[in-house]
Design a protein around this ligand. Structure first.
Ligand code: ADP
Ligand code: AMP
Length: 217
């Protein structure tokens, strides 16, 4: 099953993706995670991405498409994949269509998580991430059992440098101007399903799972 998760920063894509890939046994491909890893390792890709990520701006399409193209060619994607945070522009969506067509694949489901702006601000500024395993928490809405420590692996939790109030504003503006118009592209193809991302985490997972299993009304 080939799935896209869309929605603004903070909508819950990563949180839900962790759960859905565990259930469906497919790889979770997050372009944001790929850029953060490259930035941490200081590779040429990381240095290029840093110029944009640090400002809350989208990384140019050719750079982003290149990493997705390479990732989708790996063997573990043969059984399916979950793309989280890609595509984010029309040019990326068209590039993805081309990549999939070349290998005889197609998108099965596009899930869009819907959350309003005030809630996104609260979610992003309170988000914490495990340095070791990447699990996502929230200081109020989804806190770890012990402050600053990952429940799953005992790793240290940190705050992303782009989760500050000023950068969050730029990131949400980027979403509205460049990514939100894409919803129409997938709606017109009959692929888009909107899910209320303001429900409890478990309720969101249940709704996505039933859509993917074809059980939603
Ligand atoms: P995205 O990947 O879309 O940017 P995340 O999954 O990282 O979003 O979620 C952003 C923040 O909101 C995290 O701190 C996460 O713990 C929290 N969160 C995610 N889903 C929910 C939810 N349904 N209710 C409350 N908080 C949530
Ligand atoms: P995320 O982890 O999805 O919030 O992404 C973090 C940052 O990585 C974004 O603010 C962008 O700078 C960059 N990024 C992630 N995915 C993309 C994409 N598909 N296109 C362009 N930039 C991206």
């Amino acid at each position: 099953m080939n799935i896209l998760f869309m929605g603004p920063p903070g909508a819950g894509k990563g949180t839900q993706a962790e759960r859905i890939v565990a259930e469906f046994g497919i790889p979770h491909i997050s372009t944001g995670d790929a850029f953060r890893l490259a930035m941490k390792e200081g590779t040429p890709l990381g240095l290029k991405a840093k110029e944009y990520v640090d400002q809350g701006l989208l990384v140019p399409d050719d750079v982003t498409n290149g990493i997705v193209r390479e990732r989708l060619q790996q063997d573990d994607c043969k059984r399916g994949f979950l793309l989280d945070g890609y595509p984010r522009t029309l040019a990326q969506a068209e590039a993805l269509d081309g990549m999939l067509k070349e290998s005889g694949r197609r998108i099965d489901h596009v899930i869009s998580l819907v959350v309003d702006r005030d809630m996104l601000l609260k979610r992003l500024t309170g988000r914490r991430i495990c340095k070791s395993c990447g699990a996502t928490y929230h200081i109020l809405f989804n806190p770890p059992k012990q402050e600053g420590v990952c429940d799953k692996c005992g790793g240290e939790l940190y705050q992303r440098s782009d989760d500050t109030e000023e950068k969050v504003g730029t990131r949400l503006d980027e979403y509205l101007s460049k990514t939100e118009p894409l919803l129409r592209y997938y709606r017109d193809q009959g692929l888009l399903r909107e899910v209320n991302g303001e429900q409890e985490i478990d309720a969101v997972t249940a709704q996505i799972t039933s859509i993917l299993k074809g059980q939603a009304e």
